[in-house]
Design a protein around this ligand. Sequence first.
Ligand code: FES
Length: 116
Amino acid sequence: MVQITFVSNGGKVATAPENSNLLRVSLKEKGGIPFKCGGGLCGTCKCRIEEGLEHTDAIKPKERKHLRPEDFEAGYRMACQTFVNGDVKVSWVVQNGKGVVVGVASDAADAPVPSA
Ligand code: FES
């Protein structure tokens, strides 16, 4: 199991099997990483791996459409495209003053956007 710390959600900690998708763990455990499409299109799930970047898998082509090389160097990834094989700490920009975005897992491109 790996440990994921959701820094922007009060440091909430969740455990998950190795090679779990970061956004899926966030949804399942109410980690709070923002998202819309879940499929690498919208860029909403941009987050920063504060610790454990070496425990993430290879950068996907879809991520390169939203993030620049300097973003990757700073530890930014797109949660829906990132799988973790070791402990990580992840932060993101909190919208609406809340760290938690309420929503359901969906692969639909038009998943509803939670309002404040
Ligand atoms: S949720 Fe849309 S790109 Fe990750």
